[in-house]
Design a binder for this molecule. Structure first.
Ligand SMILES: NC(=O)C1=CN([C@@H]2O[C@H](COP(=O)(O)OP(=O)(O)OC[C@H]3O[C@@H](n4cnc5c(N)ncnc54)[C@H](OP(=O)(O)O)[C@@H]3O)[C@@H](O)[C@H]2O)C=CC1
Ligand SMILES: CC(C)(CO)C(=O)C(=O)O
Length: 350
């Protein structure tokens, strides 16, 4: 299948490697053009880890070029890149294509749907609860893929396009998708915001001082307790909407193939592996600059809609805003475009 990947970071490169390995024809687009300069000059994309090989994805000169022949379009940029990337893509998307958000943040699928609606275009939008691959971009032409997740949730907008959207996800990435009804389950299934809040908050000086630290080793029993308590708030929101979503333990089990147990035991097991990732080495990390405004802030909005108190989520936004001297709640540039959230627009049951 001809696939355009909008983005040129860890997930874009990891997905590109997986898709090229499996015989798809991939075009990458870097919004600034900087990240793909080496590949555009002819270097192969070198993948190591869970996907191994040297691949030759095409490099598109513009978003329009990337989309031109594509049957599927994967959006693989952090939440703070969604609005500019979707604004760039929306004028060129066609109804016969399928857009896949890997991963979906901050109800951005609704924002894209509204842009397409204005043009009278009905491109199916598949929102993934998390990414197919995990990993890090290690050089302009290299990626280490830490894992290819065994199972992940997907919801498709509009409902009537669910079959097609999921078929395309499976054609691209294999049989690993669990179909969910409605975007709300997906919005409550991205666990990065809660995990990364606890990880970053409890290791912030390590980040600020540029230390090298193993991420899972530093999910100590106390940090794991904080993650589990944040997780309980997320699960309570889902329950108030009548939804069941994966627990943090199920997420780790399905993402990283580690036996179920208390989170501290799971992260301890992961810390023993040679593939354990390092935590961020700068304050300028998406663990905060993406996950607070585009993860915690929308979750708090959903909690308000459900009438569920989420004091730890709220404290997280306030603490991080104070630590960074920024107003993270004001940095979300998607939510104001959506207007007041309603159960109906989220496809909430009942
Ligand atoms: N890496 C991982 O293992 C995991 C990642 N995720 C999620 O997947 C998504 C992608 O993550 P990842 O690939 O690691 O992130 P990266 O930081 O590696 O993504 C970099 C890409 O995003 C683009 N980008 C960054 N800021 C902007 C902006 N303001 N406007 C437009 N484009 C921008 C960059 O553009 P340019 O090319 O111009 O530099 C680049 O193409 C995120 O939502 C992340 O939370 C979720 C789970 C695991
Ligand atoms: C490293 C990993 C897989 C866990 O925090 C991740 O979620 C990320 O990089 O965003």
């Amino acid at each position: 299948m001809q696939v355009a990947i909008l983005g040129a970071g860890a997930i874009a490169y990891g997905n590109a490697a997986l898709l090229c390995r499996d015989g798809h024809d991939v075009a990458l687009w870097s919004p600034s053009g900087r990240r793909t300069a080496t590949l555009a000059a002819g270097a192969p994309l070198v993948a190591t880890g869970a996907v191994v090989g040297r691949f030759q994805p095409r490099v598109a000169a513009s978003c329009a070029d990337a989309l031109a022949g594509a049957e599927a379009v994967v959006v693989a940029v952090p939440g703070y890149g969604h609005r500019p990337v979707l604004d760039a893509a929306a004028p060129f998307l066609r109804s016969e294509q399928v857009v896949v958000f890997s991963s979906h943040m901050s109800l951005a699928a609704l924002y894209l749907a509204s842009l397409l609606h204005k043009r009278g275009v009905a491109t199916p939008i598949a929102a993934l609860g998390t990414t197919v691959t995990t990993g890090r971009q290690t050089a302009p032409d290299a990626v280490t893929v830490s894992s290819v997740r065994a199972r992940l949730d997907v919801a498709v907008l509009p409902d009537s396009a669910a079959k097609r959207g999921i078929e395309v996800c499976r054609a691209l990435f294999g049989d690993r998708f669990v179909a969910r009804d409605g975007l709300l389950a997906i919005a409550l299934s991205n666990l990065n915001p809660q995990n990364h809040l606890a990880i970053a908050l409890c290791n912030l000086t390590r980040m600020e001082l540029g230390e090298a630290w193993g991420q899972n080793r530093h999910i100590t029993p106390a940090v794991a307790r904080l993650i589990e308590t944040l997780d309980a708030e997320r699960l309570a929101i889902a329950a108030a909407f009548g939804l069941t979503v994966r627990t943090i333990h199920e997420h780790f089990h399905l993402s990283f193939d580690v036996p179920m147990g208390p989170l501290a035991e799971m992260t301890h097991a992961l810390a023993q592996r040679p593939t354990d990732v390092n935590g961020p080495t700068t304050l300028d990390s998406r663990y905060v600059t993406e996950d607070v405004p585009f993860g915690l802030v929308p979750t708090i909005r959903l909690a308000a809609l459900a009438g569920v108190p989420v004091p730890l989520h709220e404290s997280g936004v306030r603490l991080m805003s104070a630590l960074y001297g920024r107003d993270f709640a004001a940095e979300n540039d998607i939510l104001p475009r959506l207007g007041p959230l309603s159960r109906e627009m989220l496809g909430a049951p009942g």
